[in-house]
Design a binder for this molecule. Structure first.
Ligand SMILES: [Zn+2]
Length: 316
């Protein structure tokens, strides 16, 4: 089972989140009594990963090896096997006790590109929901510490009954093209030298994704674009985002001038496919597990480490 790229259509779920079961009062006792159940241990955002030949897999452990958990979340069942999986966050001491043999603690950014679809889905779900628990421990109304309910998917305040649900912060990421089909790439102030990617930014309250695309592109580049078209999305729990991918077209014709905002974006450039190929040794582009990589690759028409396919063999 290989993991699809972020832009391939979702053909089915690999993890059934089993939302109905979350409400059962004895949920964790029931799950831990099932011999099939596995634990996905998390320690400081990392999990146990065994690396092999260009691939890697999560080490899901048996419940009897579970030690003191800070937070438990029922992630759901693996569709293919029916295996229920519980994510547990561990203290430093508990993590040290696990003492993996072949595996080691690895982060999602590091392991994401080499995990298969099932393990990637479990890891990203576990990191996203436990990040939320870490930063939402108190009631936003009255400040009382909240308790975890619904298998880890709700926190409740016992003073005022307020239920707090997990949140995800949407961010748009956009491939802007000019009338010659060139792609607009920017170099971010926080990145190393000569690293380029497509533009991105958070959706603001009360804003549609499409409006956010047009606003962000204008703010970061001065380019007026139109007709945002949805491409695909990717959860990005660093710490709590989902990236929503778009393509948009510059309104102006010819060589569209660009103005970097000078804060987030320091340099901007339109690249043809041939330029991207010719300058490949000098350009650093987004890593293979990111939607930015998938969006650029789809425009390029093939793998970025090979010459661009001839026109007519491209998607658009
Ligand atoms: Zn409260």
């Amino acid at each position: 089972m290989t993991r699809r790229t972020a832009l391939e259509p979702l053909t089915g779920l690999v993890v059934d989140r089993d939302g109905e079961r979350r409400a059962r009062p004895e949920l964790f006792d029931e799950l831990l009594a099932e011999p099939q159940t596995r634990i996905l241990p998390l320690w400081r955002g990392r999990s146990l990963v065994t690396a092999g030949d260009g691939a890697a897999s999560l080490d899901l452990i048996e419940p009897d090896r579970q030690t003191t958990a800070l937070v438990r979340v029922y992630l759901g069942r693996v569709v293919e096997t029916g295996t229920p999986v519980i994510a547990v966050t561990l203290t430093d001491a508990a993590a040290a006790e696990l003492e993996p043999d072949e595996s080691r603690w690895a982060g999602l950014r590091e392991a994401g590109a080499v995990l298969d679809e099932r393990d990637y889905a479990l890891f990203v779900e576990a990191v996203a929901i436990t990040n939320w628990h870490e930063s939402h421990t108190h009631c936003p109304r009255c400040g009382t510490p909240t308790v975890v309910e619904q298998g880890g998917w709700v926190r409740r305040c016992f003073v005022d009954g307020n239920e707090v649900f997990p949140r995800t912060d949407p961010a748009i990421i956009v491939r802007v093209l000019d009338d010659a089909g060139r792609i607009l790439l920017g170099s971010n102030a926080m990145w190393e030298n000569n690293r380029w990617s497509i533009l991105a930014g958070f959706v603001e309250p009360g804003e549609s994704f499409e409006a956010a695309v047009i606003r962000e592109v204008h703010e970061e580049s001065g380019v007026v674009c139109t007709a945002p078209r949805y491409l695909g999305s990717q959860p990005w729990p660093f710490p709590a985002s989902v990236m929503i991918g778009f393509e948009a077209r510059a309104v102006a014709q010819g060589d569209v001038p660009t103005t970097p905002d000078g804060h987030e974006i320091l340099a901007l450039r339109w690249f043809s496919r041939d330029e991207l190929w010719a300058e490949r040794d000098d350009l650093k582009l987004p890593g293979g597990s990111s939607i930015a990589h998938a969006i650029i690759t789809e425009w390029y028409g093939g793998p970025l480490d090979q010459p661009p396919p001839a026109e007519g063999h491209r998607a658009a």
